[in-house]
Unconditional design. Sequence first.
Length: 319
Amino acid sequence: MDSSKLPLVSILVVSYNSSSTIIETLDSAYSQSYSNVELVISDDCSSDDTIAVCKSWIETHKERFIRCKIITTEVNTGIPSNLNRGISNCSGKWIKEIAADDILLPDCVEKCIDYVLSHEEVEVLFSSIQWFSTDEAGNHLDGEIVLDEEKTKKQNEMTSREQYLCIIRDLKFSAPSPSVFYKKSLLSSFPYTELYKGYEDTPHWTKLTRNGIHLSFMGNLTVKYRRGNTVSHTTDSFFPDLYWQSRRLYFWRELRNYFIEEGLYDEYNKYRRQLLFVDLVELITGNKVSRLNRFINRFISIFVFHMFNFPDVTKKEMS
């Protein structure tokens, strides 16, 4: 098919203090086998030289893309806001989101487009990812592949209602965020919830499925996802602070109400235990990893999940 007749795809790179990794991400966008792409970089007020690195890279690679654009902000706003700013500046019919420390496989966009063109009902698509880490020399150490063929088939056969219940009940529903491929019109109708600054994915999947949007899956491997010290996760703390602050807020503002609607009392208490566990670890250890604090962390885990029980909860008490 004439490439000019293929839909424009926006590769949206979201960055924050990503100068050490973003070149790999940009190079992977440059190497896409699908030709009709634009590049949009949305940066969340980086304090390092991420923007300078991006400008220099674009200067020597811009001819590859239909258009290149960098979006900046004067204050740090969080992941969902950064995504929404980038999305609003995308011109493509489809958007491939990618964090500035992850890597697109060369045929990522091509495989996604092939799938959605042959499945016209699809508005949001997930695919397989492979996590990786790096050694001291910068070599990639490949790890587990997430989302196999069996899981793909099972989740595709679910209704949006069934997917919604799996997501809120945390029943090992696999929707690898780094792989997501969206129709832009869907994101215009259902933007990310900016209130949860460090927790963008699960609230969004919940919002979509709750509104009858079916999440689609394919078994092709499309993205490599970096683990280790990244923008959002470091190894010197037990939990990403902003992530758990956002999860706590999401529970009390939304998820708790969904549990009430569905009569999911066990899930309600399970989530409260998770929050209690994090609260106690933060209070006692300051969320700092050490040999002593690892022992304390383990003791708290045993107490919260095996010895402590909230009083029996009825629907009246939950509301």
